[in-house]
Design a protein around this ligand. Structure first.
Ligand code: 13P
Length: 359
């Protein structure tokens, strides 16, 4: 194993631990220009740069957000943008005590030779870009690979998993050399009809492969974070599973496959509802564990859905939208300690769980 000798060692460890601080998690606000357009469309907001600035400014100026949010992931445009109030976006975050982060992958392309699987782009010039991002104030990064589960078509294939793991490990090492804490995101998408045991099997294979490559590349575990999906059944599965089972299998999978030296695991929400994302995280943090790795959130949709619907692009709705963001941030901050009372904060939709089960 090539051990890590980079100059930023102590800073990386400090940053990773600050992000995974008890009761806090990450606001993922790094939607690409295309993706934010999909979020704006239902509220009839045009996808222009000034509108993207107005929206991200709303998020980052939410008073008190730093109580529950330790880091915010930005898209490159936002990292270099200035808010309408004249303050650089990065400074707005720092004022709230939130560490600025940056999405460094360039999205996915087809992985030829497979049945619709993908490979993430952006490795070639990554070192140079990381230096630029660090100079602008970013202290952590995210790289997302996306793996789909489709049992009938043997997905994810060994090839897709190998390619994803290799790229994640190389990305992580490059980031650490440049002083950015890498968030390693091997997303397993929730689309599909597969049951939860299939998710367990896929997650175990993916995480084991990722951490083998991480070790081979000499990534310093103590200065990195993992961003997985929770172990959930496919969204169209016949058997929905309950939060207790999801929590137990998620914790078991992580303890089996992720080294205990990792300071934090920051789950993505992946399309589950705001309330379910909080309930699942809360249950996860109630499961007795052998390791001390902190288990928290790095949500985009599950933090922003009701906020953006409240905003609707109108200046007069900014306060109410910020209140809504703060409510979900608080819910998830409490859930990261296993202290969330389901339903105690407003959300955009009823929990699927609450509808079907007696909690
Ligand atoms: P969701 O929480 O909406 O899944 O987004 C998290 C993320 O950053 C995906 O890359």
């Amino acid at each position: 194993m090539a051990s890590f000798t980079g100059t930023y060692k102590d800073e990386l460890i400090a940053t990773a631990n600050a992000i995974a601080a008890p009761g806090k998690g990450i606001l993922a606000a790094d939607e690409s220009t295309g993706t934010i357009g999909k979020r704006f469309a239902p509220i009839n907001v045009e996808n222009t740069q000034p509108n993207r600035v107005r929206y991200r400014e709303l998020l980052f100026k939410t008073k008190g957000l730093g109580q529950y949010i330790s880091g915010a992931i930005t898209y490159e445009e936002t990292l270099f943008d200035t808010a309408t109030c004249g303050t650089p976006m990065v400074e707005l975050l720092k004022k709230e005590g939130i560490i600025p982060g940056i999405k460094v992958d360039k999205g996915v392309q087809p992985l030829f030779g497979t049945n619709g699987e993908t490979v993430t782009q952006g490795i070639d010039d990554l070192g140079k870009r990381c230096a630029k991002y660090y100079a602008q104030g970013a202290r952590f990064a995210k790289w997302r690979t996306a793996l789909k589960v489709d049992v009938a078509n043997n997905c994810p294939t060994d090839l897709a998993i190998e390619v994803a793991a290799q790229d994640l490990a190389r990305y992580a090492r490059i980031c650490q050399e440049a002083g950015l804490v890498p968030i390693v995101e091997p997303e397993i998408m929730i689309d599909g009809v597969h049951d939860i045991q299939t998710s367990v099997k896929v997650q175990e294979q993916v995480l084991t492969t990722v951490y083998k490559k991480i070790q081979e590349n000499g990534v310093m575990l103590e200065g990195s974070l993992l961003k997985p999906a929770m172990v959930v059944p496919g969204v169209d599965a016949a058997d929905k599973s309950d939060p207790t089972e999801i929590a137990q299998l998620t914790v078991r999978t992580l303890e089996r496959c992720v080294p205990g030296a990792m300071p934090g695991v920051t789950f993505l929400s992946g399309g589950i509802s705001e309330e379910d994302a909080s309930i699942y995280l809360n249950e996860i943090n109630k499961v007795p564990r052998k390791t001390q790795t902190r288990l928290t959130f790095s949500y985009s949709r599950a933090l922003q859905s009701s906020c953006i619907k409240t905003w609707k692009g109108e200046a007069g709705n900014v306060d109410a939208a910020q209140k809504q963001l703060l409510a979900r941030a608080q819910a998830n901050g409490e859930a990261s300690k296993g202290e969330y009372v389901p339903g105690s904060q407003p959300s955009d939709e009823e929990s699927l769980f609450v509808k079907n089960y007696v909690y």
